[in-house]
Design a protein around this ligand. Structure first.
Ligand code: GLU
Length: 295
């Protein structure tokens, strides 16, 4: 039995050991049917050099994908920057259902709103419900204003994660109305990922557990668009021996840096993080073919 999975790097920086391990899990669980999708939606921040480096680093790790921006396939294009029309179709459907509304408020407006956004359980800001408009036009194009999905306040969104079991998030308290279309007249992450995972026939989404609340948001989009959701498997975040998240201090833990220091793919994927930080000789191999960064 195969499960169709995907790798979805964002080319705004170099991939690090956390990405390496999540992507390796995704590849392993996808059992033969794997899609590489480049999440270069934000062209202002994405860089072609990082996209090229991501593909190259992941291939160096031993991952292989039969479909992707570098090899084509029947569900392309595989760069989000080329899929704008598909996101607009979904935007149209959501607008027609009045599931989303234009929300011109800037961060500054939100900070000074009479009821400032209050932090939800996981510390996120909740969009103040009193800033929801009572009515709004139904334009043909999103224009240069953000659009938000109106969440059903108080509703519990439950899903069974492949690693964590049942996960529950409550709309309106763990997360509020979220942006599906950005001021720059571009699809926002939550919408683009749902459209892509649906249209690409993805059966299981594997990603880091920092995206658990996003999964709850995305499940609301699947339901509203009347699309069957995929299964989800969230991987643990990389921590050091003291249990501290490394997200903020990945310096030196880019796959590329580890390669340069002579570490093997196996060490990048499995060695304790402390070893990667200090790089004892046991984890090193000579890699004569790779002498300098590609960037
Ligand atoms: N592109 C996202 C990232 O690099 C992953 C999004 C997802 O897996 O849904 O963090």
């Amino acid at each position: 039995m195969t499960t169709r999975g995907r790798l979805a790097p964002t080319p705004t920086g170099l991939l690090h050991v956390g990405h390496a391990r999540t992507f390796a899990t995704a590849a392993q669980r996808a059992a033969g049917s794997l899609v590489m999708r480049m999440e270069d939606l934000d062209l202002a921040r994405s860089q072609p050099e990082f996209a090229a480096a991501a593909l190259e680093d992941l291939r160096w790790l031993g991952l292989d994908w039969p479909e992707g921006p570098d090899c084509g396939g029947p569900f392309g294009p595989y760069n989000q920057s080329e899929r704008d029309g598909l996101y607009r179709d979904a935007w149209q459907r959501l607008v027609a259902m009045r599931a989303i509304y234009p929300s011109p408020h800037s961060r500054r407006d939100l900070a000074t709103a009479a009821t400032a956004p209050h932090p939800g359980q996981n510390g996120e800001s909740i969009f103040p419900p009193h800033l929801r408009p009572a009515e709004w036009p139904l334009p043909a194009d999103p224009g240069e204003v953000p659009w938000r999905f109106r969440v059903p306040d108080g509703r519990k969104i439950c899903f069974v994660d492949g690693r964590l079991g049942t996960v529950t998030r409550t709309a309106g308290s763990d997360f509020g109305d979220f942006v599906v279309w950005r001021r720059e007249n571009l699809a926002a992450y939550e919408l683009a990922v749902v459209v892509d995972d649906h249209l690409m026939g993805i059966e299981e989404v594997v990603r880091g557990e920092d995206l658990l609340t996003s999964t709850a948001r995305q499940l609301l989009l699947y339901e509203t668009l009347d699309w069957p959701p995929p299964r989800f498997f969230h991987t643990p975040l990389i921590t050091d021996a003291a249990g501290q998240r490394l997200a903020k201090r990945t310096g030196g833990l880019a796959i590329r840096d580890l390669r340069l220091r002579g570490l093997s793919p196996a060490a990048v994927l499995t060695a304790p993080i402390e070893e990667l930080l200090s790089g004892p000789p046991g984890t090193r191999t000579q890699n004569k073919r790779f002498k300098r960064p590609l960037l």
